[in-house]
Design a protein around this ligand. Structure first.
Ligand code: DGT
Ligand code: MG
Length: 411
């Protein structure tokens, strides 16, 4: 800090995981513009550019005061040429012309609408746009073939794009817990993702499931899914099995950010009553809404479904807003993950997020500590061994040890 008469020059640590998370963002105009450009880069499938903008936004969010001049930013990490240009534009003109132009662009709008469909990523959206499809209606009218996930995504578009509340997440938590305990007594269910970080709303609900006895969790997911389906709680589900043991590259170096736990991507049917308890869904017929049994039966079972694309003529209708108001249920995206207890702390850390925090933590561990962190394990490259941990605190304690710690007594 300098004399009051001079501009205050800010300083923040290089990695996002080294900073305190604040709810007091003094630079929302700047971070909104950079976040929009980050989102646009991600929608364009340009991950590197997206990360650069996300890092820049995170640095500005960590500042104790509003930025008033470019000189205050000297020496701050993660502010690249492009981000600085955007910031300067806003300081000079009040808005970022690039962010505004992006927001108004037909391509950005179309990418956002189309990737809002569960099961549709940047590549698919770009392909459809090349074919002249910019809206849901154009997609529905087109000859395009949708896979099972995309059909469900289109059918439940409005619900899935509406924020999930903490109350809804808790109601789903009770249902998941009931399902898990019914098929494996003693198992544990933990709410992860944004809700574990204290967020009040989210785009989905994430759960991590384990059992205190190693190995007992094996084969759990298909049973949980069957239970949930039999009770009419699932509008869609796709289970992928655990591929951790089969992997050849080694657990701490996954080929992608994706982990290899047994995992279920689903769309839950949450009845309004479930928000206050765990009442089971009723059979609904009003407004032509399918009864849960119907939807349940139409789902193909775990691991037998090769996800065959079906013709667009079977594409489900989107219910009108009026119908939705009268409905007594809503669709919610839910992710279930099963972890063996030995990897639980790593899975918990990895699934709590945020995405940028996880990315930065792994980058920091690698560059500053010579350790490889994943949602499965922590590998110390100097010692050439895995470090065990039963809690997130223990993982951070390992990460905090200076490199000379390798001469300490092994675990
Ligand atoms: P939101 O949008 O309100 O749901 O926000 P979050 O923070 O809950 O984001 P979400 O649900 O996309 O992911 C939760 C965390 O889980 C996030 O920090 C990254 C992590 N995660 C999500 N998918 C994967 C995956 O496939 N592999 C690994 N290792 N982590 C994942
Ligand atoms: Mg989430």
């Amino acid at each position: 800090l300098v004399d009051e008469a001079e501009v205050e020059v800010f300083s923040v640590p290089s990695y996002a995981c080294q900073r305190r998370t604040t709810l007091d963002n003094h630079n929302t105009v700047l971070t909104d513009a950079l976040s929009l450009l980050a989102e646009n880069a991600e929608l364009e499938d340009e991950e590197g550019r997206g990360v650069a903008f996300r890092r820049a936004a995170a640095v500005l969010k960590a500042l104790p005061k509003p930025v008033t001049s470019m000189t205050q930013l000297k020496g701050l990490p993660c502010l690249g040429e492009h981000s600085l240009r955007v910031i300067k534009d806003i300081l000079d003109n009040g808005t970022s012309s690039e962010a505004e132009a992006t927001k108004q662009s037909e391509r950005y709008k179309a990418l956002k609408v189309l990737t809002g469909i569960f099961g549709v990523g940047a590549k698919t959206a770009a392909r459809w746009i090349r074919d002249g499809i910019h809206t849901l209606q154009q997609l529905r009218d087109s000859e395009h073939t949708l896979n099972r996930a995309q059909q469900a995504g289109l059918e439940h578009y409005e619900d899935v794009n509406q924020q999930v509340t903490k109350a809804e997440a808790d109601a789903i938590g009770e249902i998941v817990e009931k399902a898990v305990l019914s098929v494996l007594p003693g198992a544990q269910v933990t709410l992860t993702g944004g809700f574990r970080r204290g967020k009040l709303t989210g785009h989905d609900v994430d759960f991590l499931i384990t059992h205190p006895v190693e190995g007992r969790e094996e084969g759990l997911m298909p049973k949980v899914v069957s239970w949930l389906e039999s009770q009419g709680f699932l509008l869609y589900q796709k289970t992928t099995r655990n591929s951790y043991l089969e992997s050849k590259e080694g657990p701490a170096r996954p080929a992608s950010n994706m982990d290899r736990f047994e995992r279920c991507f689903s769309i839950f049917k949450l009845t309004k009553d479930d928000k206050h308890g765990t009442k089971q869904p009723e059979k609904l017929s009003e407004n032509g809404i399918k009864a849960p049994e119907d939807t349940g039966r139409s789902l193909t079972h775990v691991q037998t479904d090769p996800n065959p694309p079906t013709p667009s003529c079977t594409m489900a209708q989107i219910h009108s807003s009026k119908d939705r108001e009268h409905r007594s249920w809503r669709a919610v995206r839910v992710d279930l993950v099963v972890s063996p207890i030995s990897q639980f702390a790593f899975a918990l850390l990895g699934w709590t997020g945020s995405k940028l925090f996880e990315r930065e933590l792994r980058r920091w561990a690698g560059y500053e500590k010579a350790m490889s962190l994943s949602s499965h394990a922590l590998y110390d490259n100097n010692q050439g061994r895995y470090l065990r941990a039963t809690s997130e605190e223990e993982i951070f304690a390992h990460l905090a040890t200076v490199k000379v710690a390798s001469v300490q007594k092994p675990l």
